[in-house]
Design a protein around this ligand. Structure first.
Ligand SMILES: [Zn+2]
Length: 248
């Protein structure tokens, strides 16, 4: 049997039996972890209140080797709140839908439980902090998070140089299958021609140039979000359910 401690973001909770929950977290050191939290659905459980989606928590886990605990999952035995981002997120519809899509994306990009995904973890913590802070539009925070998640998982789209031959930008055509913008020589069937401003916005979101991103016009933000969603869906095989509810 072993005790281990880690901090993480609560991605999701599911009911287990009468009073328990299975908590899914993206942790700093152990990647995605599912664990059983006992008694957390009793109304006066402070422990349960801390283990809600969007919370950044420090958790002590107890694993019993080969002996089954719950469904063979480790137990959460203690938790401390590091930052309760949920409070500022769930009370605002646009933040909530963007945040839910961020949690779902983080889970989808961490297929293997227990496999460290430090960059994805850091992106999620930073993204939720920015979303809760409210200084940028929630859909921009979401798109920045999605683009950077694609990048740290090996699918960085190009918005300047041609994704195929490297010809310096600006390049007009955009192809999800080709990996971003492509030049006239490399354009493939199905390429679209987004506005130059939308491509500039996406490049700014990928690199963290918030001054450029915040100054973008709504129509370019909408077009950019569409390209991000198409690119993400291509790489995740099927669409993220929660993206449908994000206000455009
Ligand atoms: Zn090219």
């Amino acid at each position: 049997m072993s005790l281990f401690r880690d901090d993480g973001i609560v991605l999701r909770t599911q009911k287990l039996g009468e009073a328990d929950r299975i908590i899914t977290l993206l942790t700093r050191g152990h990647g995605r972890v599912r664990a059983v939290a006992r008694g957390v659905r009793r109304t006066k459980s402070k422990f349960g209140a801390r283990l809600e989606p969007f919370s950044h928590v420090d958790v002590q886990f107890f694993a019993r080797g080969s002996e089954l605990v719950g469904r063979g999952l480790p137990l959460c035995t203690q938790s401390e709140t590091i930052a309760p981002y949920g409070g500022a997120i769930v009370t605002d519809y646009a933040r909530y839908t963007a945040g839910t899509a961020m949690l779902e994306t983080a889970e989808r990009f961490t297929d293997h439980e227990g496999e460290p995904a430090v960059q994805q973890y850091l992106l999620l913590v930073g993204g939720l902090r920015t979303l809760a802070g409210g200084e940028h539009a929630p859909n921009l925070v979401l798109d920045a998070f999605l683009l950077r998640s694609l990048a740290v998982n090996g699918y960085a789209p190009s918005f300047g140089a041609c994704a195929r031959c490297g010809m310096p930008g600006p390049n007009r055509w955009f192809s999800v299958a080709a990996g971003g913008v492509v030049c006239g020589e490399c354009r493939v069937p199905g390429s679209v021609v987004p506005s130059a401003e939308s491509l500039t916005l996406l490049g700014a979101l990928l690199t963290g140039d918030w001054a450029t991103a915040d100054a973008s016009e709504p129509r370019h933000v909408r077009e950019g979000s569409g390209l991000v969603a198409a690119y993400l869906h291509w790489h995740l095989e099927r669409g993220l359910r929660s993206l449908r509810y994000v206000e455009k």
